[in-house]
Ligand binder design. Structure first.
Ligand code: PEP
Length: 252
């Protein structure tokens, strides 16, 4: 299984900044990326087209959308569809990122529709899950992960591991500089693995589980060596080509 090293640029970067960053990133990783790694970049919508045009034809960088609305087209002012992302050469999309859950107030009902519709449309989906500090302190880690993973229960198991990844991102570690410890990551990823196997008895073992939360060049190698950690989803440090290229190549 290839490790997935993903950059989430959130609401940062103009077109020019995004193109400059992806070109620097491509120059540093292209000839060095091991064949068992995959690199994804999630630019803001306004820069996807320019970033796509700037990548070389056989680039090792794949693109994704940070969000979409679960319909092909229609009167949904301000939204964009999976087809529009595919049209810009995106292969992936994020669903359920903590900032969409906690700032935009998206919960299981719409998250479930997005996972289902995005997969049907041909996008690969990274479903983001994770507990708040309050939930962790109340001993609710397993309960929360189970609820967040329950949106997968009606999906067909057919080849699902090639189309779906999970990103475990404890909310208290996102953008805070606070990284979950190796023991905490191992425990949570083990729980996620078991929950995935309950939903998908055959494929659950093969679905990648990425860790996210203040990943940096100097902690990546250790994080990706933990059991059931199949990559990283990086926010802040991914905005800098030099930092993210070190992350993408860490430990290789
Ligand atoms: C994220 O945006 O998914 C994330 C993990 O952010 P950061 O790396 O900044 O914590």
């Amino acid at each position: 299984m290839k490790k997935c090293m993903a950059a989430n640029w959130k609401m940062f970067k103009t077109k020019k900044e995004a193109v400059d960053t992806v070109q620097q990133l491509e120059a540093s990783i292209d000839s060095n990326l091991p064949s068992d790694r995959e690199v994804l970049v999630f630019p803001p919508f306004t820069a996807i087209s320019a970033v796509s045009d700037a990548l070389s034809e056989n680039s090792s960088i794949q693109l994704g959308g940070q969000n979409f609305y679960p319909a092909s087209e229609g009167a949904y002012t301000g939204e964009i569809s999976p087809e529009m992302l595919l049209d810009l050469n995106c292969t992936y999309a994020l669903v359920g990122h903590s900032e969409r859950r906690h700032v935009i107030k998206e919960f299981e009902e719409i998250i479930s529709q997005k996972v289902d519709f995005g997969l049907q449309s041909g996008l690969k989906i990274i479903l983001c899950i994770g507990e708040t500090l309050e939930e962790r302190n109340q001993g609710k880690l397993q309960e929360i992960l189970q609820k967040q993973i329950s949106v997968l229960q009606d999906l067909s198991e057919d080849n699902i591991s090639a189309r779906l990844d999970i990103a475990y991102e404890p909310v208290w570690a996102i953008g805070t500089g606070e990284v979950a410890g190796p023991g905490e990551i191992q425990e949570a990823h083990g729980m996620v693995r078991t929950l995935l196997q309950n939903v998908f008895p055959e494929e659950g073992e093969k679905i990648r589980i990425l860790y996210g939360g203040s990943v940096k060049p100097d902690n990546t190698a250790e994080i990706i060596s933990i059991d059931n950690v199949d990559g990283v989803l990086v926010g802040g440090a991914s905005l800098y080509a030099d930092k993210f290229s070190q992350i993408a190549l860490a430990g290789s």
